[in-house]
Ligand binder design. Structure first.
Ligand SMILES: Nc1nc2c(ncn2[C@@H]2O[C@H](COP(=O)(O)OP(=O)(O)OP(=O)(O)O)[C@@H](O)[C@H]2O)c(=O)[nH]1
Ligand SMILES: [Zn+2]
Length: 197
């Protein structure tokens, strides 16, 4: 199980100046004139974009789930179609899609917005889709201690479209199951049926 140090690394904004400097160097090294008008603000813009797309490094996802409520609803709860945007750790190219989360509470529920915040905290970093999927399942399992959790993630990877094999439109689907979902094909089928609607 990952500890806080595996999640909480840095606030990108604290390194703004150095990042701008290195982006400027990259512009120069790919053959651009970093001083031409159209590029003058680019290092600062890219750095601001990094602050957004890598904002997950400033967050411990457990804090996101910090507020929970005691509630005796021990039936399936699904939060589906949560949009995420991440960067693959191999090429630093975007991949994005939807996350579907189902869980069966065992006395503790989380606010619905917290599932979306959890998705952002885990995906706004360099990632692989499989790890996003299992980290969300493990964090929910750890914090809510539910009877079970199932997570399905759909993703389109630009490193497979814009370059390399150039297979535009192919989708990757990953899943993670914990607790009762592992044992019960009926519960998995109920979850999969409801996320398709
Ligand atoms: N499993 C997994 N693979 C990913 C993900 N994102 C990117 N990749 C893959 O990471 C692999 C890196 O392969 P390498 O052979 O080291 O890199 P490459 O030469 O750029 O590979 P090609 O993309 O085949 O040109 C590629 O097959 C990517 O499609 C992800 O989220 N999960
Ligand atoms: Zn990639």
């Amino acid at each position: 199980m990952a500890g806080a140090k595996d999640y909480l690394n840095t606030n990108v904004g604290d390194n703004r100046e150095q990042i701008e400097h290195h982006i400027r160097e990259i512009l120069r090294l790919i053959g651009e004139d970093a001083d031409r008008e159209g590029l003058l603000e680019t290092p600062a813009r890219v750095t601001r974009m990094y602050e957004e797309i890598f904002s997950g490094y400033a967050v411990d996802p457990r804090d996101v789930l910090g507020v929970t409520f005691d509630e005796q609803h021990e039936e399936l709860v699904i939060v589906k179609d949560i949009v995420y945007y991440s960067q693959c750790e191999h090429h630093m190219a975007p991949f994005f899609g939807k996350v579907h989360i189902g869980y069966v509470p065992s006395g503790k529920i989380a606010g619905l917005s917290k599932f979306a915040r959890l998705v952002d905290a885990v995906s706004r970093r360099l990632q692989v889709q499989e790890r996003i999927t299992s980290q969300i399942a493990d964090l929910l399992d750890e914090v809510l201690k539910p009877h079970g959790v199932m997570v399905v993630v759909e993703g389109e990877h630009l490193c497979m479209c814009a370059r390399g094999v150039k297979k535009y439109g192919s989708k990757t689907v990953t899943s993670a199951v914990r607790g009762h979902f592992r044992k019960s094909a009926t519960l998995r089928a109920e979850f999969l049926g409801l996320i398709k609607q």
